[in-house]
Design a protein around this ligand. Sequence first.
Ligand code: UD1
Ligand code: CA
Length: 457
Amino acid sequence: MAVNVVILGAGQGKRMHSALPKVLHPLAGKPLLAHVIATARALKPARICVVYGHGGEQVPDALRAPDLVFVKQEPQLGSGHALKQALPHVDQRKDTLVLYGDVPLIAAQTLTALTAGTGERLQILTAEIDDPRGYGRIVRNAKRAITAIVEEKDATDKQCRIREINTGIMLLPGKRLAGWLDQLTNRNVQREYYLTDVVTLALKDRVRVESCAPSDSWEILGVNSKQQLAQLERIYQSRTATRLLEAGVTLADPLRIDVRGELRCGRDVRIDVNCVFEGAVEIGNGAQIGANCVLRNTRVGAATRIEPFSLIDDAAVGKNCRIGPYARIRPGTRLAESVHIGNFVEVKAATIGAGSKANHLAYVGDASVGKRVNIGAGTITCNYDGANKHRTVIEDDVHIGSDVQLVAPVTVGKGATIGAGATITKDTPPGELTVSENRQKVIRGWKRPVKKVRSEE
Ligand code: UD1
Ligand code: CA
């Protein structure tokens, strides 16, 4: 049965030492809260409600979506008080699952198990951990039944030694929710309305209190500091690397890859060390990515080689291409098959046809380049007149010599050759050699300047 999901995230996160609300800090390129929302969506819930508080409207502004209800909690009087703010927005005929915006790795599989049971019950996700410090402890009686959750600050020494902790994640029965939240008090050391006190209320109402454990221990880890954020990032990345290896991708070192988005690879893809993949990246069969490359929202065709230190952003690279080392491919670039883009070449908003090459030190921006074109070293498309951008068209089979400036808008006709060093301001005829006046002359008798010797006093 579909549940309501309420994600708590109003806390400040003091130990992050940041102006950004804690739940907006990025893990693998997206806010902590976005991970929890994605997992919540996988459960196909009746509602998703996000409780926010600290940092003004930054949280709803960053994550607004038609299926999310954002509720402000102000002031923040505890986890029970936080859940109460969401009450008007949940369907009270259905059970409510409480998640935390700062516990981002919780897996849908665990939550499916947690919500799977039937009948009226309070279901708590608990875990046995070696170092339970800081967590609420699960107190059980001789029959192993849960009798309470005590916060560490309220716990006796004996209770502090309990290693079973409250992860915070729980499923509350729909019909009881409003009544229980009304009965919470702040009579405790922290003067907060503790959500955990629902255990006592459930027992009083003779509602079953049950627990289950996460599929993997790291799922319940929370982020309270930059240190923990970094630890969770490593856990996330190492799991992503494992999945890539399992799918047959060759990683030079699974500890040195960062995927901040969705990376899809074909067969026999090889990825060298220190590559970063952002957004949606797709790599075709047999393609190779050299060390230290950054690929963002990019498609790479089969058998293409991206050499080290290349940056490719929002582009499509065809099959059998050779890119880099040290290439910069900027948004809106479309490379057909067998294109070569060499070192220190920048390409922006350009389409380049099959078999064309720009091997050294060039800028190709706002351009349409045909097939089998050779762009010489140091060639620049002068696309910007200081106010507007203009396009350069280079037709098939053109050969452009070194150090040419193509002042856009301009078209180089099919099969044309442009002499080295030319400045092209007008369209050039197809099939012909065009040069621009830059005649060599000798200045006879010219002397190189000589370094002045400072005269001693
Ligand atoms: C809570 C649990 C504790 C559990 C631990 C797991 C309570 C009383 N205690 O303790 O048993 O072991 O989480 O990490 O629930 N929040 C709000 N509004 C508030 C207070 C909190 O939205 O007024 C949110 C926070 O943003 C956070 C979560 O609730 O995401 C937990 O709050 P926190 O103050 O960190 O509770 P803990 O003391 O860690
Ligand atoms: Ca906490």
